[in-house]
Design a protein around this ligand. Structure first.
Ligand SMILES: Cc1cc2nc3c(=O)[nH]c(=O)nc-3n(C[C@H](O)[C@H](O)[C@H](O)COP(=O)(O)OP(=O)(O)OC[C@H]3O[C@@H](n4cnc5c(N)ncnc54)[C@H](O)[C@@H]3O)c2cc1C
Length: 350
């Protein structure tokens, strides 16, 4: 006797990965029953504590495995943003800079060979003394506005039958082609296919065979609210740290968003040291007392050589996941969504 699953597809997650997939899948669905499950209190989404910028910053194709993934992913997300014009996105410039006697200047020179002199950042803002480096295009995303746009789009589509539940998943399994999740309440729900878009939590909850080389890396920044420095978003990447001004929601983010592998700021005091460095660079004073602020932190998974993956989870045939999106979840999620949708719908139906 044929056993029928409760759902065609279960998607676990409500971050950028889950929402990108749901939107893409909903374009090709033909009445499938889909259950979306997430639990923001027990598993806070990294997507909401992200600096959420998208840039190529020196990425090249044909040089290494990471570039060969990042380049098409960048093209895919640029194409998506240009065509769909999602809310919460602005474009601006990233200035990757140092002073000639600074500690990262030689690295910059090696990386970009020709460095340009930069003093003016926007009409409102100038560097106190000239710096040298590379200037490139960047997308600046306000995560809460961007994710709301996805959720609204997904809810308004008619091609799939979507149910949403706030629950915590404690187990995943697959037997004889039927997948199952177990909720914290003890309830068991089955589906033909599962997409676990749960970010680092698969690792923290030991859902899949652990990869000995994967690591959980924290990232932190101070977020200042109500900053109005004009209509141009920009990012100053200086001494391997970032200052990001996002005009769309008047946020200023300063922190360990671009640090060398292995190093991270463990203490709020060190973040304030960074704020002082940036204050000196751009000649502003007392950010701490002039704006309301909070420290934001999130977790991200880094795999060997920073290579991400999306597809079948280790040891499963119908349970899929993403691993190691690390610092690039907002860049990679669109390509992952397109490729996973092909797997879920069947290439012939696209
Ligand atoms: C400080 C910092 C700065 C960053 N800057 C950038 C950047 O500039 N650009 C960039 O592209 N990326 C950046 N990243 C990385 C990026 O934010 C992540 O790669 C991305 O947000 C991961 O999204 P996700 O949807 O895969 O996971 P998440 O956003 O973590 O979502 C996981 C979802 O799954 C749910 N979930 C998980 N497990 C369970 C469970 N057992 N039961 C129920 N629900 C569950 C959670 O509730 C959540 O909804 C940064 C990250 C940090 C921390």
């Amino acid at each position: 006797m044929e056993t029928k699953s409760d759902y065609d597809v279960i998607v676990i997650g409500d971050g950028i990965t889950a929402n990108s997939f749901l939107l893409e899948y909903s374009k090709y669905a033909t009445g499938q029953k889909v259950l979306q499950i997430h639990e923001p209190l027990l598993a806070p989404p990294t997507s909401m504590s992200s600096t959420a910028t998208i840039t190529l910053q020196g990425v090249k194709k044909g040089v290494g495995a990471l570039g060969d993934i990042l380049m098409p992913a960048y093209e895919s997300i640029c194409d998506f943003i240009e065509k769909e014009a999602p809310d919460g996105v602005t474009t601006g410039l990233q200035y990757h800079l140092d002073k000639p006697d600074g500690p990262t200047y030689i690295d910059l020179k090696r990386r970009y060979s020709v460095l340009e002199e930069v003093t003016k950042i926007t009409d409102e803002l100038r560097l106190i003394e000239p710096c040298y480096g590379k200037v490139n295009k960047m997308y600046f995303i306000a995560p809460s506005i961007y994710l709301k746009w996805f959720r609204d789009k997904v809810s308004s589509q008619k091609r799939m039958n979507l149910t949403k539940r706030l629950e915590f998943v404690v187990g995943l399994d697959e037997k004889n082609g039927i997948c199952q999740i177990e909720l914290k309440t003890g309830e068991v729900i089955s589906a033909d296919k599962i997409f676990y878009a749960g970010g680092v939590y698969s690792s923290l909850l030991n859902f899949f065979r652990p990869e000995s080389t994967a690591r959980i890396r924290p990232g932190q920044f101070i977020e200042f609210v109500g900053v109005n420095w004009g209509s141009d978003s920009f990012c100053l990447s200086y001494l391997n740290y970032n200052l990001i001004y996002r005009s769309i929601d008047n946020r200023l983010l300063i922190g360990a968003t671009n640090h060398h592998d292995g190093a991270f700021l463990g203490h709020e005091k060190e973040l304030w040291g960074l704020v002082e460095e940036f204050e000196k660079l751009i000649g502003v004073e007392n950010l701490k007392s002039n704006y309301s602020w909070k420290v934001v932190g999130g977790l991200r998974m880094k795999r060997r050589k920073r290579i991400p993956m999306w597809g079948k989870a280790p040891d499963f045939n119908n349970i899929y996941t993403t691993l190691g999106l690390y610092k690039n979840g907002f860049s990679l999620s669109q390509l992952a969504a397109v490729e996973l949708t092909k797997e879920f719908i069947g290439k012939d139906h696209l």
